[in-house]
Design a protein around this ligand. Structure first.
Ligand SMILES: CC(C)(COP(=O)(O)OP(=O)(O)OC[C@H]1O[C@@H](n2cnc3c(N)ncnc32)[C@H](O)[C@@H]1OP(=O)(O)O)[C@@H](O)C(=O)NCCC(=O)NCCS
Length: 183
C-alpha cells in the first residue's frame, strides 16, 4: 500500500462547503490495489458515479473481467472507507485509464489527482511511455480534471466495435448514456 499524504490546504482548501462536507476527514488518503473485500463498495461507487452507463459497462462485470486479466484496479481509502476507485490498463504499447471515480461528497479535494498520479507511477514503472483515456466531448468537467493533471486533448477519431457473439454493432455512444461514460 502506498500512503499519500495530502497537505491540509490541498485536501480542505478554502471552500467552506467542502470543509463542511469533509467533516473530520483526515488529511491522509491511502491508495492501494483492490482487494476482494472491496468489491461491493467499489461496485456501488462506480454505479453512483456512472449511473447511466450502457449494459456492457456494468461495474460488477467490468471488475470481474478486469481481474481475470490483471490486478490494475486501485482504490482510494480514507479511514477504512473507499472514496475512490479506478482501473489502469497496459498492453505493452499504451497505458489507459478507465472508470476513475471519486465519491460525490469528497470531490474537489485532490483525491482524484492522487489516484491518477498513483496509476501513472504504476504504468511508468512497467515501461509505459504514453497514457491515453477517453472522455465524451460534452463532459467539460472531466476534461478540465485531466487537463489539470497535464493531459491534453489530441485530435483523433475514436472507433469501437462491440465484439459480442451477436451481429457486430457499433459501440458508439448511446445518447442516453452518462455524459462521463465512454466505450
Ligand atoms: C473526475 C473526478 C474523478 C475528479 O475527482 P476529484 O477528486 O474531484 O478531482 P480533484 O479534486 O483531484 O481535482 C483536481 C483538479 O481538477 C479540476 N477539476 C476537477 N473537477 C472539476 C470540475 N467538476 N470542474 C472543473 N474542474 C475540475 C480542477 O482544476 C481541480 O483542482 P481545484 O479543485 O484545485 O480547482 C470526479 O469528479 C468524479 O468521480 N466524477 C464522476 C466520474 C467521472 O466522470 N469520471 C471520469 C471518467 S473518465
Amino acid at each position: 500500500m502506498v500512503r499519500v499524504v495530502v497537505p491540509n490546504n490541498r485536501l480542505l482548501g478554502t471552500n467552506s462547503r467542502l470543509n463542511t462536507a469533509l467533516g473530520n476527514m483526515k488529511s491522509t488518503v491511502n491508495i492501494r490495489r483492490y482487494h476482494e473485500a472491496d468489491r461491493d463498495n467499489v461496485v456501488s461507487l462506480w454505479r453512483r458515479a456512472f449511473p447511466n452507463d450502457p449494459a456492457h459497462n456494468e461495474p460488477s462485470a467490468v471488475l470481474a473481467a478486469k481481474l481475470a486479466v490483471d490486478d490494475l484496479v486501485f482504490v482510494a481509502i480514507d479511514k477504512d472507507r473507499i472514496i475512490g476507485a479506478a482501473i489502469a490498463g497496459y498492453d505493452g504499447h499504451r497505458g489507459w485509464l478507465y472508470s476513475v471515480a471519486v465519491d460525490q461528497e469528497v470531490r474537489r479535494a485532490g483525491v482524484g489527482t492522487i489516484l491518477v498520479h498513483h496509476m501513472l507511477d504504476t504504468l511508468r514503472s512497467r515501461g509505459c511511455i504514453k497514457i491515453n483515456l477517453q472522455v465524451r466531448p460534452t463532459n467539460k468537467a472531466v476534461i478540465a480534471f485531466y487537463e489539470a493533471l497535464g493531459f491534453s486533448v489530441e485530435e483523433r477519431v475514436s472507433m469501437g466495435l462491440l465484439a459480442t457473439n451477436d451481429a457486430p454493432q457499433s459501440a458508439a455512444a448511446d445518447p442516453n448514456a452518462s455524459p462521463s461514460s465512454v466505450g
